[in-house]
Write a protein that binds this ligand. Structure first.
Ligand SMILES: [Zn+2]
Length: 173
């Protein structure tokens, strides 16, 4: 047993260190509402917006896989890779609320075989590397275990009466 080390962000200011519910820290344009990650400080990403004021904001912790790959070679910044480099999987995850994609490594033990376009994932923190006193963590995407056609989340089970509308009752479009 080794004593617990202090956890630190491998990249300062890009995500919270909340153990239970970590979140990426992005920005939102005060003019047009466009989100950015990492947070924007000078120019809005929206090409038709000239906004220069941004509000720091925590991004959604859940998203869906839009694209994924094996990173057999070390990707360029801003990806933060272990040194020496260890191949990992990489996913581009779509955040519905922010209408943006966020790249990230996929959690340890998860391979591309476990992923599909549309897989629901959640943000977790994992140790990237460590020294004698600290563990340096980075954000990763981990499948949240929900079936692709369900909205199952940890927590109290829903009463069966809530299962309506699945066979189209009430709508005829
Ligand atoms: Zn803007």
């Amino acid at each position: 047993m080794t004593p617990a080390k202090t956890r630190r962000a491998a990249v300062e200011g890009w995500f919270t260190l909340d153990e239970a519910e970590p979140a990426l820290i992005g920005s939102r344009c005060s003019d047009c509402g466009t989100f950015a990650f990492p947070k924007e400080t000078s120019f809005c990403r929206n090409p038709v917006c000239s906004g220069t004021e941004f509000v720091e904001t925590e991004l959604s912790r859940h998203g869906t896989v839009w694209s994924y790959t094996n990173a057999c070679y070390q990707p360029p910044k801003p990806y933060v890779a272990a040194d020496p480099y260890i191949p990992f999987s990489l996913a581009a995850v779509e955040l519905a609320a922010e209408q943006m994609g966020v790249m990230g490594q996929v959690a340890g033990g998860v391979t591309v075989d476990d992923l599909a376009v549309g897989t629901e994932v959640e943000l977790v923190l994992e140790t990237l590397y460590e020294d004698d006193d600290h563990e340096y963590v980075v954000w990763k995407w981990r499948p949240s275990g929900s079936p692709p056609d369900g909205r199952v989340r940890p927590g109290p089970a829903r009463p069966a009466v809530a299962r309506r509308g699945l066979d189209g009752g009430g709508r005829d479009d």
